[in-house]
Every structure is written in C-alpha cells, then in structure tokens.
Design a protein around this ligand. Structure first.
Ligand SMILES: *[C@@H]1O[C@H](CO)[C@@H](O)[C@H](O)[C@H]1NC(C)=O
Ligand SMILES: *[C@@H]1O[C@H](CO)[C@@H](O)[C@H](O)[C@H]1NC(C)=O
Length: 327
C-alpha cells in the first residue's frame, strides 16, 4: 500500500530505491533474532529454548536419577542438577530464621527458592524447573513447539510462569467447564460424589493441546520461570515463610489467584508426575496419595522404566468419581 503512494509521485525513483533498501534491511534483520525471540525459535534445542533446565534430585534417590537420565537421553535434553535441601538442613534453617514450616515440605520450598536466587545472581533469562518424579509425552518436543509458538504469538517475552505440567484440574483449563456445570446427583452412596457424563469425560481426554491462562496451578514438577518473576518470587517466598507457613505450590497458586503475574498453563499437560506408589523408593510415602496423570504416550513406559501404562490412568485425582472409586 505504501509503495503505491510513492509511485504515484512525479519523481518517485529515489524514493523507491530508498524504500527497497529499507525493505531489504527489514528482511535481513528479521533473520537476526533477538535474545528475546530465541526462547521461542529454539524451542527444540537441548534446553527446550530456555536458558537452563534445572532438575531437583537428591543424589540418594537413585531410581529417580535413573529415570531423569533416561528422559534426558531419549529427548536429547541437557539438565543442570540443582542444589536440594533435605529435611535436616531445612530444620536447621527453620530454627535460625523462624520459618513457619519445616521438614521435607520446607526442603522442597527452599530448593525452588534457591533456584530463583541463582537465576537472579547468574542473570539467567528463563529456566525450566523439573522435579525428579516425572514422565514425559513421547512427542514432547512437538507439543512444546506448538505451545511456545502460541506463547510467542500471544505474549512475546512478556510472561512470568509457564506450567508445562500441573496436577489437579484448573477451573480455567479448557473443557473443564462441562464438569463444573454438571449438577450433583445421587450416585448411590458413593460418598458425595457427583456424576460425570462419560461423553464429557471423553471430550476432556480428547482435548487438543492448548495454552491457557492458569487460575490456580498446582504442583511444581515442570514449570518455567522468567528472571524478572524469579526476582519477585525470591522476595515474596522468603516473606511468606515467616508469615504464612504454607507449602510453596500453594503460596504460588494463591499468588496467581490475586493476579500478580502472567501465569500460563498447558492442557493436557505433557510432563506429569508419576504416582508415588510406582516409585519403589517412595513406598513409605504412599499415604500422600496418587498424583498420577494420564499421558497419551509415556516415554518411561516406552523405555520399559514404568510398569503402569499412564494411558490407563484417570486424568486427575481430584475428580470426584475418581476419589469415590478409590475410597
Ligand atoms: C537453547 O536456546 C536458548 C535460547 O536461545 C539458549 O539460551 C540456550 O543456551 C540454548 N540451549 C543450548 C543447550 O544450546
Ligand atoms: C515441625 O514442626 C511441627 C510443629 O511445630 C513439629 O510438631 C514437628 O516435630 C516438626 N518436625 C520436624 C521434622 O522438625
């Protein structure tokens, strides 16, 4: 359109030349991606387009370390094993700093917080943080490309957190509305459960991969964070330890509810937690409940490192019918 304006002029020639040079320059510079663009266009590299992938794994947890190594090898990923805090270290710090939580819960809290501080100190632009009890979709990178293209289209670099996985459902998750709309009916004494239409359930399981604005994301087994957000979280979380005394995922989920950040979720999640009863080293923690979620094709199952096919599992533990079934 601009060109037509110019060519209508009497002595348009110099202008056309200048315009062509400008055009050529714009074309060339579009190939020189900025640091900001890199995160998205390199979503297929060994750190999935983030500057780092941190893994929280205690060296004593051999089975989990084995799984993480297998996942890294299969998907061509490069992990940085981050410092973790065990219950003993956590309790020492809790006493010194008057923290309101302790034990393994505090250890987990401190391990994530330590990464945020590290990101700020080392000037890490973006990082994906993984816990070690996870499994991934076999076509992880394909799904990830689709999500990062969408993130870029909608937000450029202007987001704070991106949950590649979450446990429990989020009311803002696509296709969840049908369930929330289903009125409670008598389910024949199954313990206050509500009926979920099998068609709705099938629709939920068949949903296409989508990026959505998370309202209440739970679990921190696979999420990305930007440096700016890490900076704020490091301060916020330290303060909450002394005033609130709640687990870190809860503190973050409540923060999201108040809208302090741009927090995105992926549905269905393509990195999920493995049910605790599947990790033999964790048998003692069985009472924590089963957090297993469905994957359409599990990498660990494919590699024969998982006994249960996640395809046969219910998608989320918090669905009433699932809770009722397992009473
Ligand atoms: C992947 O791409 C990101 C973004 O450009 C970069 O920061 C990171 O270093 C790359 N990872 C590897 C392993 O090259
Ligand atoms: C953690 O704190 C609670 C409540 O203050 C206390 O009962 C418990 O013994 C503490 N646990 C550890 C491992 O220190």
């Amino acid at each position: 359109m601009v060109k037509r304006q110019f060519t209508q002029r009497r002595s348009a020639f110099p202008v056309v030349i200048a315009f062509s040079i400008l055009l050529a320059f714009a074309y060339l510079s579009s190939y020189q991606t900025t640091a900001e663009d890199d995160t998205y266009h390199q979503s297929q590299n060994a750190t999935l387009g983030f500057q780092k992938i941190y893994v929280l794994n205690m060296p004593s947890r051999i089975e989990r370390r084995r799984n993480m190594k297998a996942l890294a090898k299969f998907h061509g990923l490069q992990f940085d094993y981050a410092q973790t805090f065990d219950a003993g270290q956590a309790n020492t710090l809790a006493r010194a700093s008057n923290y309101l939580i302790n034990g393994t819960h505090l250890g987990c809290y401190l391990s994530h917080m330590h990464i945020y501080r590290h990101m700020v100190d080392e000037d890490i632009e973006t990082a994906l943080i993984l816990e070690d009890d996870i499994d991934m979709e076999l076509d992880l990178k394909k799904r990830h490309r689709q999500i990062m293209d969408e993130v870029y289209k909608r937000y450029k670099a202007d987001w704070d957190m991106l949950y590649l996985g979450h446990c429990t459902s989020d009311s803002s998750e696509p296709a969840i509305a049908a369930f929330n709309a289903t009125p409670p009916i008598d389910n024949g004494g199954l313990g206050g459960s509500i009926f979920i239409d099998p068609a709705d359930r099938a629709a939920f399981l068949a949903r296409g991969l989508t990026l959505y604005d998370a309202e209440y994301p739970m679990c921190l087994h696979a999420y990305a964070v930007t440096r700016e957000c890490a900076k704020r979280l490091a301060v916020l979380l330290e303060e909450r330890l002394k005033t609130l005394g709640q687990d870190i995922d809860l503190v973050l989920a409540v923060g999201v509810q108040f809208g302090f950040s741009t927090v995105l979720g992926t549905s269905p999640p393509y990195i999920v937690q493995i049910g605790r009863q599947e990790l033999t080293s964790d048998l003692a923690q069985l009472k924590d409940g089963n957090t297993a979620q469905r994957l359409s094709q599990s990498t660990l199952f494919h590699l024969k490192l998982r006994t249960t096919n996640p395809q046969t599992l219910p998608p989320y533990i918090d669905w009433p019918w699932f809770t009722a079934q397992n009473k």
